[in-house]
Design a protein around this ligand. Structure first.
Ligand code: PGA
Length: 259
């Protein structure tokens, strides 16, 4: 597990699950993972379900958070939600820059950087989504993703205590796609970590997790890669039993999964 420590495994439900459905989900899920104490878990519901999920998770170690945030703390921004609002709801992780936000809302890397800064300012942990658009050769892809990450981190300095980089190649996300091969993911993520170390930013805890068509069949081989500090799950996280199975992926004695 390198310097990053405990694996981090979470899901974004995207625009799925009403508050009532979310309550039922957590009611089932929390019992299925109650004994897990060697990894960190999180759920990112849609905004209306966050208070419900927070209440339903009470007494567990599972964290919750949001899928997006506005860079300003308050103001005339109809329909938007700010970092202090999410902090007030006890959110720990805030996803920033997912390709669906970039595509559907025209988010630029400059905006992503401002959102990352807002999350850090309010004491929460950004999950910064980066990934190449096309299935390019690894060296080219690594250059592209490093550039993207550098721009997303522009407003972050060495004092940042914790952040999460979600390596999510766009060509591996969504229905009809397959996860990137574990060896490629391992090499890409090791390359990202090496760059982060060289750049000196930040000095706190950084975990590099993988997202893109993660399911039960690939979870163990992805987590077994030395560069992979965790998993970020989309579709397979919508069913509490399936997500619990992914969350329960066995880890070896050194914190690495057993195969
Ligand atoms: P998916 O989504 O697991 O449904 O491919 C992953 C993501 O968007 O992070």
């Amino acid at each position: 597990m390198g310097t990053a420590g405990r694996p981090l495994i979470g899901t974004s439900w995207k625009m799925n699950l009403t508050p009532s459905q979310a309550r039922a989900y957590v009611g089932t899920f929390r019992g299925l993972v109650a004994d897990l104490d060697d990894r960190d878990l999180f759920l990112l519901p849609a905004l209306p379900a966050i208070p419900t999920v927070r209440d339903a998770l009470r007494g567990t170690r599972i964290a919750w958070g949001a899928q997006d945030v506005h860079p300003e703390d308050s103001g005339a921004y109809t329909g938007d939600v700010s970092a202090p609002m999410l902090a007030d709801l006890g959110c720990r992780y805030i996803e920033v820059g997912h390709p669906e936000r970039r595509r559907d809302h025209g988010e630029t890397l400059e905006l992503v950087a401002a959102k990352v800064a807002a999350v850090v300012r309010w004491g929460m942990v950004p999950i910064i989504s980066v990934g190449e658009a096309e299935r390019n050769p690894e060296t080219l892809a690594l250059t592209q993703v490093r550039d993207e990450l550098a721009r997303a981190l522009e407003a972050v300095d060495a004092t940042t205590t914790e952040l999460v980089v979600a390596y999510e190649p766009r060509w591996a996300i969504g229905a009809g796609r397959a996860a990137a091969e574990p060896e490629r993911v391992g090499a890409m993520q090791a390359g990202l970590r090496a760059w982060l170390t060289d750049s000196g930013l930040p000095h706190g805890r950084v975990r590099v997790i993988y997202g893109g068509s993660v399911d039960e069949s690939v979870a163990a081989s992805l987590l077994a890669q030395p560069g992979v500090d965790g998993l970020f799950v989309g579709r397979a996280g919508l069913d509490p039993f399936t997500f619990a199975a992914i969350a329960r992926t066995p880890l070896g004695v050194s914190g690495r999964p057993t195969r």
